[in-house]
Structure formats: structure tokens, C-alpha cells
Design a protein around this ligand. Structure first.
Ligand code: SAM
Length: 258
């Protein structure tokens, strides 16, 4: 059987790796992935053949994984977080859709979900994603900025909580400042904002700030930003977004007093 597992390994810490991902890693002989993510697997990557590729080489990495699996090697293609959220799964399907190699048709593919970085970051601070939210990548490498700009504007008008992935990189930080300007058209400057660095990894840092004070300078490629909506509250060390239960609290109070 030619098997390719596309594994979302979670935000970093192995404690967040799912048992299914654990079992798939145990079953494979070859690992394809970015060096950082293979290293994060620690002892689970030992005894496997490592095929490391660099950032920006996603198409080559996916083709390599398909070739390995097609040649009979049980292979895992490693993605951080969830492989289907700005991860490697879509790259494999884009290649398959092009029908480039007939032997790829014999590869049995299984996509194994992982905890996305936004979920881990949200859990650290409370429940900011508790109501309708959307996720937008600020990277304009593959999506034109006009499209991203429109999505931010629409999400902002719709009062969605917004998570920004790829908010800043070594080469670009202006997108986050421009996003802040768009958001300020529809949101108060006091809106809670969470900045999460290296969540569940060594060097993890979390900062709770406001939309008005959002500063892209300390951010890097290993950080994401959660922008609250009009129902997001910062209470002590917690941030949560209301789902409207406050309208039912009188019911709890009256039940208690009976
Ligand atoms: C190519 S995307 C991969 C997302 C991944 N598939 C997921 O579901 O989390 C890379 C971006 O994810 C975010 N990210 C991934 N892991 C992170 C972590 N541990 N802490 C903070 N942000 C993270 C950053 O915004 C980074 O620029």
C-alpha cells in the first residue's frame, strides 16, 4: 500500500499532538517537512529518514512526499498546526489536480487534523473565538493585497473576531499597520487584541493590548494576532467574546434565589 499521511502536528508542544497523528508517525518510514517542524517532533522523528526542505519550497516538498509514497515508502508530510489551515494539504491536492504523474494516483492519502495555532493561543487567554470569527492571512505572496484588504474590511464590518496569520515576516510589516487602519474604521481603539508568539513552543509569549496600541514591531513570522469584536472583553488576565449568555443571567439568578 502506498500511503501518504499529511499530518498537522499542532502548534509546537508534543502534548498537543493527536493520538492519530502519533500513530501515523509511528507507522511511517520517511518524513518530509520544513526542518523546524521536523525538529519539533523530537524523539517521534527518530529512526525515520528526514527529507528537509526550506520555507518557500512547498510545491517541491509536496511533490517529494508524493514521489516517496508512490515509490512504496510510508511517508508523512509534516505541517504545523492543522495541515488544512494554510498548511501542506492543499499543496498536495493542487498537484494531484494537475494530473502530473500517473503513479501518484496509487497513493492512499490521509489528512490528519491538528490543533491550529489560533486555538492554542485562544485557549491560553480564555475564549476570544467563542462567537463567529474568521481567519485572514496577511501574506500577499500568493493572494493580492487588494483581495486581503477587502476581506479585512468586510470581516470588520461584519463584526467578526478576526485572526491574522502570517501577520508579519522579516521582509514585511506594513500589512498589519494597514489592517489596523481598516479595522479602526469600524472598531473602537479599546478593542482587545491578543498577540501570540511561539505558542506552546520554547520562547512562548503572549501580549494583550488594544487595537489602538497595536504595534507590529515586536512581531515576527512565528506570531499571530487576534482582534476582538464589539463583544470581546478583557477581564483581569482573561479575554473572552460573549455569545449573549448575559441575556440569560437573570434566569440563573432567579433559579439561585428560589
Ligand atoms: C503557514 S502558517 C501555518 C498555520 C498552521 N497550519 C496552523 O494551523 O497553525 C504560519 C503562520 O501560523 C502562525 N503560527 C503557527 N504556529 C504558531 C505558534 N506556535 N505561535 C504563534 N503563531 C503561530 C503564524 O502566524 C505563522 O506566520
Amino acid at each position: 500500500m502506498n500511503h501518504l499521511y499529511i499530518i498537522g502536528t499542532g502548534p509546537g508542544g508534543l502534548e498537543h499532538l493527536s493520538p492519530t497523528a502519533h500513530a501515523a508517525l509511528g507507522a511511517c518510514t520517511d518524513l518530509a517537512g520544513h526542518g523546524l517542524y521536523l525538529n519539533l517532533l523530537g524523539h517521534l522523528a527518530e529512526g525515520k529518514i528526514h527529507h528537509k526542505t526550506k520555507m518557500g519550497e512547498e510545491l517541491a516538498r509536496a511533490a517529494l512526499a508524493l514521489n516517496l509514497a508512490a515509490s512504496g515508502k510510508t511517508t508523512a508530510l509534516i505541517s504545523s498546526g492543522d495541515a488544512g489551515i494554510y498548511g501542506m494539504a492543499t499543496v498536495v491536492f493542487e498537484l494531484l489536480a494537475r494530473d502530473l504523474k500517473s503513479e501518484w494516483k496509487n497513493v492512499e492519502i490521509e489528512v490528519i487534523p491538528g490543533i491550529s495555532a489560533m486555538q492554542a493561543a485562544a485557549a491560553r487567554v480564555g475564549a476570544p473565538l467563542a462567537n463567529d470569527f474568521c481567519v485572514i492571512s496577511l501574506s500577499d505572496l500568493l493572494t493580492p493585497w487588494e483581495v486581503i484588504n477587502r476581506r479585512i474590511d468586510m470581516a470588520s464590518q461584519g463584526d467578526f473576531v478576526i485572526v491574522f496569520y502570517n501577520a508579519v515576516s522579516n521582509k514585511r510589516s506594513w500589512q498589519l499597520l494597514e489592517a489596523q487602519q481598516i479595522l479602526m474604521r469600524h472598531r473602537q481603539p479599546e478593542t482587545p487584541v491578543i498577540i501570540a508568539f511561539n505558542i506552546t513552543r520554547k520562547g512562548e509569549q503572549l501580549e494583550i493590548t488594544t487595537l489602538g496600541d497595536l504595534n507590529p514591531v515586536p512581531l515576527n513570522m512565528l506570531s499571530l494576532v487576534i482582534i476582538g469584536n464589539s463583544e470581546t472583553r478583557h477581564i483581569g488576565k482573561w479575554v473572552y467574546t460573549s455569545r449573549g449568555y448575559h441575556t440569560k443571567l437573570a434566569l440563573v439568578d432567579s433559579n439561585h434565589s428560589q
